[in-house]
Design a protein around this ligand. Structure first.
Ligand code: ATR
Length: 271
């Protein structure tokens, strides 16, 4: 039985073991998958122990994704663009390969909801690690324009500078941004604190698709607000969570599990 895990701190609420256990059952892969809470100062040591004790691969979550990026001996293009690693794999040569499946998870979930991004005007709220992880994959979809808006405008500017060569991207101040946009993605952590990014109400209209990368048992603060204002479609990040996990599973096992039933099962358990 091959050993996998998710590293984070805190980690006890992680849904990854549940998701990967269902994937393994579905694809008949003989694996174990556990949660490991790495001490904040000793992530590298925890990772080294795991892989020297038979670990084959792991997911990495908050707050260790940037450290995992520095630890990896080799990186996928999407991990390099993201500046962060959420998936580590032990190669046949005994080296740690770093990948980032978050952006692919977001794109797949848009597809799952029947939303295409090609030629669309997309607004991305936030300029932290979560935003950086999805910009490359969003630009690969050939949107008409991707605008990154952040409360601290300088961070959006820095991020946009990093990705300028990859497609049509610009930045704007959060409270000054005006649409119309076809898709508004919230990558800020505002919903966690029950807060809303301060954007113009006119950005939410009957044709806009709203995606909050956060998820909760009921609508996130942002999605509840968008729904009340009559957004066309309101999606939360649960599907992205499952899709990024499926992509990691494929990186490790070479087989891509289906996500639909796993999403439904998680939703049922949360309700
Ligand atoms: P993550 O890795 O989840 O992106 P992060 O790097 O701490 O976390 O970034 C959090 C993001 O949420 C930032 O873009 C932050 O804006 P600032 O850069 O101005 O701090 C944004 N954010 C958090 N709370 C917010 C709020 N109440 N309103 C608007 N933006 C908020």
């Amino acid at each position: 039985m091959d050993r996998y895990a998710v590293f984070g701190n805190p980690i006890k609420h992680s849904k990854s073991p549940f998701i990967h256990t269902l994937f393994a059952r579905q694809t008949q892969q003989d694996i174990s998958y556990e949660r490991i809470e790495a001490p904040l100062e000793h992530f590298a040591q925890s990772i080294a122990e795991f892989f020297s004790n038979g670990g084959k691969g792991c997911n990495v979550t908050v707050p260790f994704k940037e450290e995992a990026y520095r630890l990896a001996a080799g990186l996928s293009t999407r991990a390099r663009q993201a500046g962060a690693v959420n998936t580590l794999k032990l190669t046949d040569d005994g080296l740690l390969w770093g990948d980032n499946t978050d952006g692919a998870g977001l794109i797949q979930d848009f597809g799952f909801h029947g939303v295409t991004l090609k030629s669309k005007h997309i607004l991305l709220l936030g300029a932290g690690g979560a935003a950086r992880g999805v910009i490359g994959p969003l630009l690969e979809q050939h949107p008409a324009m991707l605008v990154v808006a952040n409360r601290t405008a300088a961070k959006a500017e820095q991020l946009v500078d990093l990705f300028r060569g990859l497609g049509p991207i610009s930045c704007a101040e959060l409270d000054a941004v005006r649409g119309p946009f076809d898709v508004v993605i919230n990558s800020t952590s505002a919903s966690l604190a029950g807060e809303l990014p301060e954007i113009a109400e006119s950005l939410i209209h009957p044709n806009v698709v709203v995606y909050d990368m956060m998820y909760a048992a009921t609508d996130t603060t942002f999605n509840a607000w968008a729904r009340q204002r009559g957004a066309y479609k309101v999606i939360d990040g649960l599907g992205m969570l499952v899709a990024q996990a499926a992509e990691s599973f494929a990186v490790w096992r070479g087989i891509r599990p289906g996500t639909k039933q796993v999403i439904a099962e998680l939703r049922r358990n949360m309700g």
